[in-house]
Design a protein around this ligand. Sequence first.
Ligand code: ZN
Length: 136
Amino acid sequence: MKIKSVNHLGIAPKDPQKAREFFADRLGLEASGSENVADQKVSVDFFNCGESRLELLTPTEETSPIATFLEKKGSGIHHVALAVDNVTEWIEHLKAQGVEMIDSKPRSGAHNTLIAFVHPRSTGGVLVELVQEASA
Ligand code: ZN
């Protein structure tokens, strides 16, 4: 079992419009779609960045966890997503070590992935997402 790579960074900008312009127009990153995640009250814009990706997170409602994040912590990196081969195995592996999971079972993520979040209480305060690509 090995962490393969950084799959993506989830970024919560105070000014999403300006951030989109910067990543797309100034840096020339390829936009690879947008998605509305209803249960998180967030819209996500994806940008390909080599082997990795940036996800711009924009709250769609004031009660969105991303709105809370922006209020509490300000603009910045919201989570780091690490690619794994088997997210279920990783959940068990981490739980066996006493790590607290937000998701104790994998759930569907964007782009046909299986994901699970690790609780920041167990990581030193960083929100970590484990991502399994559908093909893996
Ligand atoms: Zn993510």
